[in-house]
Write a protein that binds this ligand. Structure first.
Ligand SMILES: Cc1cc2nc3c(=O)[nH]c(=O)nc-3n(C[C@H](O)[C@H](O)[C@H](O)COP(=O)(O)OP(=O)(O)OC[C@H]3O[C@@H](n4cnc5c(N)ncnc54)[C@H](O)[C@@H]3O)c2cc1C
Length: 390
């Protein structure tokens, strides 16, 4: 069906939803975002932004702000648990961009929110979709506040527990991968001027710069049956799990004193089967593909989804063709991230169980995956603004 998209509803105002709001406003589409939270509540640790994320943020026009508020570094150096370095920090670059930028999640949210608001996106807080009905030439949506409206397109950007997905696609199998990640924000010592991973016997620790002043510490651990952790003891439990590490981790470990500031997350992973649309409703970001954080690519993919969808909607008036093309353009790339991140989880689990094959080179595998992620995502004739001289 030939039909120009003029008015879009985005369900979810997270990283993907706000990015889609900015990208669609850039091509003059009217955009509403429905966000379930009454007030924004973004947790206070950081996010790793590899080169492909920076390229997509550049396309949205917010790269400068991300670099200004963040901390750019060449990549992650790899160390044993006691601090012996075995791989240098070298994240594959795209010309004109740093290898990686670290940024606080709250800063990223504020940057995207400001840009979406300035671009004219209407954001409604504290509501979600009650029903979604695909019609021939529009989508009819009823909201939980009793209002209803018609849209040319609905984008489900409502994250891992997507209601849009439940309503239109049915339940997906979110698989618990056997690991959890712990994170905590700390002052950044001057020597933490790049990302650092420490591979211990019981877990993998990391230090990630996220501004001139701050870094966050992360720890992935083997938590076989997804245990429920006592929230008032998270600081003590994290300190205990960091005991095996030397180097800077040993120096900063005792600064972890506030249980409520420890962000603990069991890790799940899934990839929706293609296609990612039903009629005029499409899923982007974690709603369609949720990866473990081992390659720092989840948010990067959500931002890229927004950029690619806008490109497709700008180029063609055949909405079904555009939505099919979206999954075709995005599926393989997202599959690589989901599968390769799961492979890294498997190797970490094997390492902890003492049965890691000798010939595995995690640094090389990660680098090769990131090289793949740096391949272009837009059609060759699309001009990407570039920040030069970095
Ligand atoms: C431990 C951990 C570390 C990570 N580290 C990184 C990293 O360093 N780099 C990276 O690129 N990625 C990372 N990720 C992944 C990244 O956080 C996600 O991929 C990214 O947030 C996905 O964006 P999204 O917009 O799809 O979903 P979200 O950011 O989760 O946003 C979803 C939004 O939808 C809203 N919502 C939910 N349900 C509804 C509803 N029914 N109606 C309306 N609104 C709704 C939510 O409130 C939220 O605002 C990490 C993930 C985890 C778990």
């Amino acid at each position: 069906m030939i039909n120009h998209v003029r008015k879009v509803l985005i369900v979810g105002g997270g990283i993907g939803g706000l990015s889609a709001g900015i990208a669609l406003r850039k091509i003059s589409i009217e955009v509403e975002i429905a966000e379930i939270q009454k007030e924004w509540n973004v947790y206070g640790v950081g996010i790793i932004q590899p080169a492909n994320a920076l390229r997509a943020l550049d396309n949205l026009g917010v790269l400068e702000a991300c670099l200004q508020h963040g901390f750019s570094y060449p990549g992650f150096s790899y160390h044993t648990g006691q601090g012996h370095k075995f791989a240098k920090p070298e994240s594959p670059r795209i010309e004109g961009y740093p290898g990686v930028n670290g940024l606080s999640r709250r800063k990223l949210h504020n940057i995207l929110l400001d840009a979406a608001t300035i671009a004219g996106t209407e954001i409604r807080m504290g509501i979600t979709v009650q029903t979604i009905e695909n019609k021939d030439d529009h989508v009819f949506v009823e909201f939980t506040d009793g209002t209803s409206a018609m849209y040319d397109l609905v984008i489900g950007a409502d994250g891992t527990n997507s209601r849009v997905r439940d309503l239109l696609f049915g339940e997906v199998n979110q698989e618990y991968v056997g690991q959890a990640v712990w994170r905590y924000t700390l002052p950044r010592p001057e020597e933490v001027n790049t990302g650092i991973f420490y591979f211990g016997q019981k877990g993998k620790a990391g230090l990630v710069p996220m501004s001139k002043e701050e870094m966050y510490l992360l720890l992935t651990t083997h938590e076989l049956d997804n245990p429920k952790m006592p929230v008032d003891q998270l600081d003590q439990l994290l300190r205990e799990r960091l005991q095996e590490f030397g180097g800077i981790i040993a120096q900063v470990r005792n600064q972890i004193t506030d249980a409520s500031s420890v962000v603990y997350r069991p890790i799940f992973s899934y990839l929706m089967r293609a296609p990612w649309h039903r009629g005029r409703v499409i899923l982007i970001g974690d709603a369609a593909h949720s990866t473990t954080p081992h390659l720092g690519q989840g948010a990067s993919l959500a931002i890229e989804d927004a950029v690619v969808l806008a490109e497709l909607l700008e180029q063609g008036d055949d909405i079904q063709q555009n939505l099919s093309a979206f999954t075709e353009r995005r599926f393989e790339r997202c599959r690589i991230v989901v599968d390769n991140s799961r492979q890294l989880v498997q190797w970490e689990l094997m390492e902890w169980e003492g049965r890691m094959p000798k010939d595995v080179n995690i640094a090389e595998f990660t680098k090769n995956t990131l090289v793949k992620m740096n391949e272009p995502i837009l059609q060759p004739h699309i001009h990407l603004e570039r920040r030069v001289g970095l």
